[in-house]
Design a protein around this ligand. Structure first.
Ligand code: PEP
Ligand code: MN
Length: 336
């Protein structure tokens, strides 16, 4: 249920209404906009008299919320969510655009630090790199694990770039306490126990769309995190499985960007690297994502793609990344 409070109602009266709804056992989500306050009610509506609520002089309107996703729903939070990493070190959402770049996997100190410096110089605002890797084959490189996280921390200290890295298992959560953005990969988007746990931490979460996940499923997964208390969620379109597999690793669903921007207040990022799997497709799809209104783009960059331990075929060199970044910024300017 969405309750829009009349403009200019005193804070005290709003608090009184919230307390009353709280006492009825409802989860009340409060959004204070510039002009008006919106209350999102989640739970058993049978506990309140809706006609009575509607008739209150401080209430402008009461409407059903048919959508199954609630906390992430734009109707409960009409303005874009802006996520602030470490007091303005990096921002995403609203008018803030994030360029996230780095290797698929952290491979060595030299590799991650040199890539971090180069992507920063090219305009990246976040450094990505996998330490715990979800590989389809158990025989492939599984990531450096804990020592990979340490190398990311070093790269962060040297460049100032906040870090984005994937958590695969709840049991490693304590290792991620100081990680700026915890990535939930496509294979874990519906690992609800993991999502609930991430609802209780302070880190920002970058939640990828499932391998064959629908947009609604992605939003429900975001709700699993938000319902449990963590509002800092970034959504990521990374391509979905379709019948096309000859010429692209996945199919990039760019329409998900405007659809998500309409349905949710959360920032939306596009990952053209995993969406296409091919270095020749990454730049054009990155530009298309910027043009579609994405709040951020995440691109895999490797200093020596043919020798990469993971996803070399889709990794740009730092030079190619710098070139693409310039074009992305031009598209952003054109949209402004
Ligand atoms: C990744 O970002 O390295 C990754 C494994 O992504 P996805 O979960 O989208 O496959
Ligand atoms: Mn990868």
């Amino acid at each position: 249920m969405v309750v829009v409070v009349n403009p200019d109602v005193s804070e005290e009266k709003i608090k009184y209404l919230i307390n009353w709804l709280d006492e009825k056992g409802l989860d009340v989500r409060v959004f204070h906009g510039n002009k008006q306050c919106v209350l999102g009610l989640i739970g058993d509506m049978g506990k309140i008299d809706i006609d009575m609520l509607r008739s209150l002089d401080i209430v402008e309107s009461v409407a059903e919320m048919e959508e199954s996703f609630k906390a992430s729903n734009r109707r409960l939070h009409p303005e874009d969510t802006v996520i602030d990493i470490h007091d303005g070190k990096a921002m995403i959402g609203g008018s803030y655009f994030a360029l996230i770049a780095g290797p698929c996997s952290v491979e060595s100190e030299e590799q991650i630090i040199s890539i971090a410096k180069q992507v920063k110089a090219a305009g990246a605002t976040f450094l990505r790199g996998g330490a715990f890797k979800p590989r389809s084959s158990p025989y492939d490189f599984q990531g450096l694990g804990e020592s990979g996280l340490d190398l990311l921390r070093k790269a962060r200290t040297m460049t100032g770039l906040p870090i984005v890295t994937e958590l695969m298992d709840i049991r490693s959560l304590e290792l991620f306490e100081d990680i700026d953005v915890i990535q939930v990969g496509a294979r874990n988007t519906q690992n609800y126990d993991l999502l609930k746990e991430l609802g209780q931490v302070k880190n920002t979460v970058l939640l990828k769309r499932g391998l064959a996940g629908t947009i609604r499923e992605l939003l429900m997964s975001a709700d699993y995190i938000m319902k449990n208390g963590n509002e800092n969620v970034i959504l990521c379109e990374r391509g979905i499985r379709t019948y096309e597999s000859d010429y692209a690793r996945n199919t990039l669903d760019l329409s998900a960007v405007p659809i998500l921007k309409r349905l949710t207040h959360l920032p939306v990022v596009v990952d053209p690297s995993h969406a296409t799997g091919r270095v020749d497709l990454v730049p054009s799809m990155a530009l298309a994502a910027a043009a579609a209104g994405a709040d951020g783009i995440m691109i895999e960059v490797h200093n020596d793609p043919p020798k990469a331990l993971c996803d070399g075929a889709q990794s740009l060199t730092p030079e190619e990344f710098a070139h693409t970044a310039q074009k992305i910024f031009k598209i952003r300017e054109a949209l402004a």
